[in-house]
Design a protein around this ligand. Sequence first.
Ligand code: CAA
Length: 284
Amino acid sequence: MERVGVVGCGLMGSGIAEIVARAGANVMIVEQDAEAMARGRERIEKSLSRAVAAGKVPEDEANRALANMLFSVDYADLWDRQLVIEAVAENEEIKLAVFRKIDAEVKDPDALLATNTSSIPIIKLAMVTKRPEHVIGMHFFNPVPVLKLVELISSLLTSPETSARVRAYATDTLKKRVITSPDRAGFVVNALLIPYLLSAVRMLESGFASAEDIDTGMVVGCAHPMGPLALTDLIGLDTTLAVAESLYEEFKEPHLAPPPLLSRMNQAGLLGRKTGQGFYSYKS
Ligand code: CAA
């Protein structure tokens, strides 16, 4: 994979673009407008300079990675890509529209189309393309440059060759650990993680415990790197809500239903770190 495309340069897309460029590919990053593109570029530059300052990435590798990245607002610039990884907002309508556009522009018949969706069935995205056998789920974890896991999700129509090629790329080139999941809402990790996060929101909402005590309990008592409410802020309350809705729609179990507080905070635009306020404040 020498020419890779990444569509969407938000929290996840910027991390994916960073590691793909560091691994040596030429990356075409497509965003919806110039403002989103500038924010994405800034996020990548900040992440790389922090990694260089911490001694995690040699300076020449970071410079090479930046030189390997191209930014565009035109899907036609994906025409020569061998792999395109979609990482736009976790919204089915948006992702379906984006997949139609990617499929229309990518010319190589062997090119692979991957989605970083957390919860939308891969088959739904595959079916709006002319190449469902080349569509696969490639689910990264935030922060992408730091967390080693990738979930690979084949749909009922993904070919074994597609799965083998993406697995080899994720393990050998990106140096990630791969687990496989069936094409079910939440896949493996979010099917476990999201009910836990929702339980923490319910605990807070019911007055059972304070946000600080809930998080301290899990950090100090269970050695989690961060508590569930801080983690929800990191993931984004919009993404957490979207995954919870997908899980609830698929399994109809009460513990998967989003608690009202999560919905109200979304309606208020309190989405966590990305907006500067969630369960905690990130305004400096
Ligand atoms: N490249 C390489 N290394 C980097 C880097 C980069 N761009 N940026 C940071 N690092 C390194 C740092 O140098 C640091 O290294 P050391 O531990 O050796 O010092 C390490 O990565 C951690 O980085 P931070 O400085 O940001 O450190 P932190 O200690 O504050 O940790 C955290 C922050 C990584 C977010 C940690 O709290 C954590 O792992 N939290 C849990 C996150 C989690 O669960 N994510 C999954 C969310 S679910 C999801 O994403 C999927 C979904 O669909 C919802």
